[in-house]
Design a protein around this ligand. Structure first.
Ligand SMILES: Cc1ncc(C[n+]2csc(CCOP(=O)(O)OP(=O)(O)O)c2C)c(N)n1
Ligand code: SF4
Ligand SMILES: [Mg+2]
Length: 287
């Protein structure tokens, strides 16, 4: 670690209202540790959160933050990074937020390769709204809105990312604290869009995708001969529906982030001479 920042410096004074045992606690701890270990501090970090139990994370972390509109965290994160390329941007949200209402934004954020980290707290359910099926819910998972299950195969977020031109794709598990932190760190250090889907069990509304299930079924890519720089290897892992994996699935080491491709490296938060001083003044120019 290059500075004396500790991960606890990223904790806000707000007490989480997540249910006891919620996977989001572990996901957040790994994010805070990953930020501290990569030499960031709350003053240079901006967390953009979606809407959901997961979306509350911006309140529980001590950093600059914006708790935005459901499914719209990624465009906000993109804007922050474009305006302030020097800031470490971390975007976090749920599986519903990212792969349902926000799926269109996900595809385009991936292909733009903006230099930020995107953490999806995937509990395979809508937690905040009390247990409806999400895009990653199993085909036969019975919920209040799907009494016989969704009857459709779940979205494969990694496949969606690879097909959209992702340069970093990973999977972690909130309860495997060290591995989760390590994977988040790699995503932060990646030059481009670092996408990490994190299994973050919902102990209240999902009795299928539990801690025990993930603990028993996860295969760690680090302990295999998987080569994350090989796209064919990545494809094989991503399309293998028989196993759950954790680790870095794919990384394009030649990734060039959006701001470098397009020369956007100046601090756009400084208003040029003659620019309207407030957003209202700016809007008034058009009506
Ligand atoms: C535009 C809009 N549509 C719907 C909702 C209702 N809503 C709030 S959170 C949510 C889904 C939450 O699921 P997920 O993103 O998986 O987050 P989790 O609570 O599981 O962490 C929905 C549908 C909303 N707040 N705004
Ligand atoms: S409802 Fe589920 S996702 Fe939401 S805080 Fe409780 S355990 Fe976590
Ligand atoms: Mg969810």
């Amino acid at each position: 670690m290059s500075s004396d920042i500790r991960f606890t410096d990223f904790k806000s004074d707000k007490q989480p209202t997540w249910c006891p045992g919620c996977g989001d606690f572990g996901t957040m701890n790994g994010m805070m540790k990953g930020l501290a270990e990569t030499g960031n501090d709350p003053d240079n970090t901006f967390v953009v959160a979606g809407i959901g139990c997961s979306g509350k994370i911006g309140t529980y972390m001590h950093s600059y933050a914006l708790h935005g509109v459901h499914g719209r965290a990624l465009p906000v994160g993109t804007g922050v990074k474009m305006a302030r390329p020097d800031i470490e941007v971390m975007v976090a949200g749920g599986d519903g937020d990212g792969y349902s209402i926000g799926a269109g934004h996900f595809v385009h954020a991936v292909r733009r390769n903006v230099d930020m980290t995107y953490v999806v707290m995937d509990n395979r359910i809508y937690g905040l709204t009390k247990g409806q099926a999400s895009p990653t819910s199993r085909e036969d998972f019975e919920t209040s809105t799907t009494p016989d299950g969704p009857k459709q195969p779940p979205v494969n977020p990694h496949a969606l990312a690879l097909a959209s031109g992702a340069t970093f794709i990973a999977q972690s598990f909130s309860s495997d604290a060290l591995r989760h932190q390590e994977i988040i760190q790699e995503a932060i250090e990646h030059d481009g869009f670092g996408f990490v889907n994190v299994y973050s069990p919902c102990v209240t509304f999902n009795d299928v995708d539990t801690y025990d299930y993930f603990r028993d079924s996860l295969v760690d890519l680090k302990e295999s001969d998987h080569d994350p720089t090989n796209r064919e290897d990545a494809k094989d892992v991503i399309l293998d529906n028989e196993k759950e994996h954790q680790g870095v699935i794919y990384q394009d080491e030649s990734s060039v982030p959006y701001h470098e491709q397009h020369g956007v490296d100046e601090d756009m938060s400084v208003l040029p001479d003659g620019a309207p001083e407030s957003a209202t003044d700016l809007v008034r120019e058009f009506y």
